[in-house]
Structure formats: C-alpha cells, structure tokens
Write a protein that binds this ligand. Sequence first.
Ligand code: GLU
Length: 427
Amino acid sequence: MSAESLNPREIALQQFEKAADIMKLDPGLKEILSKPKIQVTVSVPVEMDDGSVKVFTGHRVIYNIARGPGKGGIRFHPAVTLDEVTALAEWMTWKTAVVNIPFGGAKGGIAVDPSKLSVGEIERLTRRYTAEIIKIIGPEEDVPAPDVNTGPREMAWIMDTYSMHIGRTENAVVTGKPGVLGGSRGRPEATGRGVYYVAMRAAEHKGINLVGAKIAIQGFGNVGSHAALFLHEHGAKIVAVSDATGAVFAKGDRIDIPTLFEKVQETKSVVKAAAGMSDVEIVENVKEGNLRVLTADVDILIPAALENSITSDIMKDIKAQVIIEAANGPTTPVAEEYLVSKGKLIVPDIYANAGGVTVSYFEWVQNRQGFYWTLEEVRERLKIIMDQSFDDIVRMMNEYDVPMREAAYILAISRVAEVTRMRGLYA
Ligand code: GLU
C-alpha cells in the first residue's frame, strides 16, 4: 500500500495551493478560496419497504458563489463523506470557472448503496434529502444535478419536492432533468461528448491521430459509456473497458462499443453485456480487470469512475501517453508528478469533464427563458466552449511553463479571484 494521502479534501487543497503559489495569489484571497462557504450535514430518515426506519447521512457543500449560484451534482455512494463532498464542491468551483460559465461550485451526496434499495426507497430518500437541504438550494442559490448513481429520475423528484415546497413549478432548481420536465437536449450525453471534444484537442496537441488511436476506459457509467460511443464513432479503437462488475478487452482490433453500450443499458454491467459478444475477453475479477484496463497498452487512458484510480501503486505501469480525467479526482498528486515527469499529458478533471456542467448551464438558461434549443445548437455551443477553454488553458501552460492541471487551476483561480477582489469584503 502507498503512503500517499488519498483524502480528496487534502488532495484538492494541495492542488489549489500549488497553483496559487505559482501565480503568487494574494494571501488573503488564498485564505478565502481555500475554504468552503457552506457545509451542511443532514440526517435523512427513510421508511423502508419492510416498515423499518433507516437514517442515512447526507451532505451539501456550497464551496463558492462569487461568480454565480452554487452548481454541482449529487452522488449516492457508500463512500460519500463530508471531506469528499467538499473536495468535489471545490473542484466544481474551478470547473465552472475554467469553462467560464456564471456559476460557483457545490456538491452533494448521501452515503448509501442505492443498488440495495427499491425504487420507492430511493424516491423517499431523495425527497427527504431535498427537504433537508431546501433552505440552501434554488435557481439563484444552488442548482444540483446528477452525479454518480443519480440521473434524470432523481432530478425529477428533487424538482417536484422543491416545487411542492414553494407552491409553484420551478424547473430551474436542478439540471439533468427528463426532457419533458425541461431537461436540455443533449444533457445525458454531455459529459461524455465533452470528453470526446477534449480527446480531439488533446490528441492533436500530442501529435496522436485519434482515428485508429487505442483507448482504454475505466468506468462505463453515463460518462464513460457516452465517451466510448463518440470516440468509437470517430474511428478510435476502444480496446479495454471496465466497471464495478469486471472488465472487457478486445481480442481483435477493437470492442464493438455500440453493441456493448446498448446491452449495458439493460444489464448495467459490462461483464453481463459482453457475455454474448464475439472477439472479447471478459475478466470477472474486478480488481484484476480494473488494473489491466488502467495499465493497458494504449495511446489514451480515460479514467471515468471515482477518485484515486491512478495512484503511486500503479503509476509506473501506466503506458498511455495521454490521460483524460473524465472522473473527478482520479489521479493522486504523487502519481501525477511521476507521470508528468515521464512526458505524459494529463488533461485535468476540472476541464476534461466540464461538458456536463456546461450543458447544465444551457439547461438552466433554457429553463429561465422558457425557450428550448435543438440538439445541434447544444452540441455546437458545447464544442465552442470546450475548444475555447482548451486554448485558454494552453495559453496558461505557455505563459507559466506549467503542466496542464496547474494551467487550468491558474486560469480558474484568476477568474474567481478577480471577482472576489472586485466585489470586496462585506463587513
Ligand atoms: N456531476 C457533474 C460534475 O461533476 C455535473 C454537475 C452539474 O451539471 O452541475 O461535473
């Protein structure tokens, strides 16, 4: 086991401080920006189907609202802690600033394994959690969205619970809703599509031809599966994928991603989905499959699962030249330093997976205007923002002579710091 810290809050702070020091951020601003604005922890009692009562612990952290309302997803996962949610809320703050959309950063989570709950239990959990945090969320205050193990269904319940409390229908309180409730076209695919746009730019930057490039993807949830689909359509070869049930490897040239994608929608498992497919090797041992995906002999590695996938334990075995962080916090600072010293390009999470929150912003704008865009408009505008941000980050890389994460942080921190300085301190 490695001795490095795997606490996401410590890692997020370390990343912030490193960039803040390089850019010589004013000490007062550094102090302000290293602290969350609001941290709320709530007990969420739920009546289970068998009549018993269970109390779950939930959190919502609004890290910063200097540039606009809090923004960030809600995750349902057994490993959720206040430290993790705070780190994720901090990362959202930099993410919205990197892509220059008028939001701050926030995040929520409940420590729960939803696969062990019935739909009714998940609904009661979601609604009661919403009621517990209702004072701090709102279209102008803090706007939740999907994250790990939550999606349009949960967003519909949050939107309904909030609307019932205020006595009118308010759909701009959450993003990532079903289309009929005001969800934006292209929102479910948005993070994965953004990762695809990022891959185009990153490959070009590294002199790799994305058509024919070999890619491994860790995580085949909403983000990993959509990224795989778009990259496959583009002509890239996805040769290895994994999820919480195991891994699948191409025996031939590439995995038939459209077929795998379709089957995963029903089976929720890459192992089950690949069962009837030809030309694939299936690894049911989750640990072994995961390790083989992360260390596969590929050009591009896309971690699209949870934090701390790429640690000092495996850093020396990573073969990919480009790592695109579709997940939040997948690479530890120790592993990053090593990989960067080997000339690898790590495209940081706060930019790489910002496609999701960018289309969330589009959804919020459409909800407030009551005027809805076509899928083509969403895709075009997303591409413009992702491309512009890539150019902005590369400019910072050149200006400060730093790797991509520090450059993205400097860009983001300077934007949040500028408004904070200009607004001044209310006393
Ligand atoms: N949960 C996603 C993220 O980590 C999306 C957040 C949002 O759309 O607000 O970026």
